[in-house]
Design a protein around this ligand. Structure first.
Ligand code: FAD
Length: 319
């Protein structure tokens, strides 16, 4: 772990880097790999104590090409080690809380409180799934509670599962799970109608494997090793009841971690870039789940990180 900095090693940290990457997960570490391999002084700043962001919360990843099955933690470590082979430095436990685009620096707090100047900045801060905040939710993440149907669907083949939410992603994912894996899918929605597109609603209503519970709120997730049942509350009849289930997929939205970046974003806060991952601010790139894109997966985040790292390096060569 030679290039991982903790407080005592702060003296080794430079004040200025060719490329600074914020976020040490699929997008950020791929960006760092490409920049460092192009011989750019590269620093990755990560607020968590280790690499991987959302990946590190994933139990098993089995849809990354070339790797049949790997734990999220192992894949995260492999990404970090690979970037370090080419000289990228990774600073953990340190959060970027301010960015000054005109003077080209980022300010950090946590293990290292400092200003770092950049020539190119790559934002790879990802996004965070909104949580219900109910009892059992955190406890059973990866043990029956999931926020990603593409990722975890295969683990629920022939199982009875519940999907929480009423928007496009909830209905889309419910259909995906019902068509491909689950024996039955029950959609639990706290309102009396969905806000998803009509076409999705039609498909859900007509699907033989899908049941719908309107006016119903999920209150608690229960089990021993894995999820076994849930406690529901009908907000019309005020009735509380328990239901057996093998899994709970929660799709109530995502929050991109982009608040501190004053760049162009869409209405949901996702950063808008061109195809080289450049934002509307000079020398600032964005990649991965924090960006306005289609498929929020490790492979797409890694690919976008590669593009950002490559073009940031190329622009430096051309300057
Ligand atoms: C439970 C779960 C299971 C999943 N399973 C799969 C799967 O099987 N296959 C798959 O392809 N995808 C899966 N995904 C999706 C995948 O993990 C994400 O698409 C991918 O991690 C996105 O990578 P990223 O680098 O863009 O962002 P993230 O992984 O979100 O990482 C962003 C990083 O930036 C850091 N950060 C944020 N703000 C700051 C700041 N201000 N300062 C410093 N650091 C900051 C965060 O701490 C984090 O480490 C899963 C997601 C979840 C939640």
């Amino acid at each position: 772990m030679t290039n991982v900095f903790f407080p005592k090693q702060e003296a080794k940290i430079k004040n200025e880097y060719d490329v600074i990457v914020i976020g040490a997960s699929a997008a950020g570490l791929s960006a760092a790999l490409y920049a460092a391999r192009n011989k750019k002084n590269t620093l990755v700043i990560e607020k968590n104590g280790g690499p991987g962001g959302q990946i590190s919360t994933t139990w098993i990843v089995e849809d990354y090409p070339g790797i049949k099955s790997i734990t999220g933690q192992e894949l995260s470590n492999a990404f970090a080690e690979h970037a370090k082979i080419f000289g990228a430095e990774i600073l953990y436990g340190t959060e970027v809380f301010n960015v000054n685009f005109s003077e080209k620096y980022v300010e950090t707090k946590g293990l290292v409180n400092k200003r770092f100047f950049y020539k190119k900045l790559i934002i790879a801060t990802g996004s965070v799934h909104k949580k219900l905040g109910i009892k059992g939710e955190n406890e059973f993440i990866g043990k029956g509670v999931s926020y990603c149907a593409v990722c975890d669907g295969p683990f629920f083949t022939n199982k009875d599962i519940v999907v929480v939410g009423g928007g496009n992603s909830a209905l889309d994912e419910a259909l995906y799970l019902a068509n491909n894996f689950a024996r039955s899918v029950t959609i639990v929605h706290r309102r009396d109608k969905f806000r998803a597109d009509k076409i999705l609603q039609e498909r859900v209503f007509n699907h033989k494997k899908i049941k719908i519970m309107f006016n119903t709120e999920l209150k608690e997730i229960k089990g021993r090793e894995t999820v076994e049942s849930i406690v529901l509350f009908n907000n019309k009849t005020n009735e509380t009841f328990e239901m057996k289930t093998d899994g709970v997929f929660i799709f109530i939205g995502l929050n991109p971690a982009t608040e501190i970046f004053n760049v162009e974003k869409d209405e949901n806060g996702y950063i808008i870039t061109d195809e080289k991952m450049r934002t509307n601010v000079k020398d600032v790139f964005a990649a991965g789940d924090c960006r306005k894109n289609q498929l929020k997966q490790i492979i797409t985040a890694a690919a976008e990180g590669a593009i950002a790292g490559y073009y940031a390096s190329r622009e430096l060569d051309e300057q």
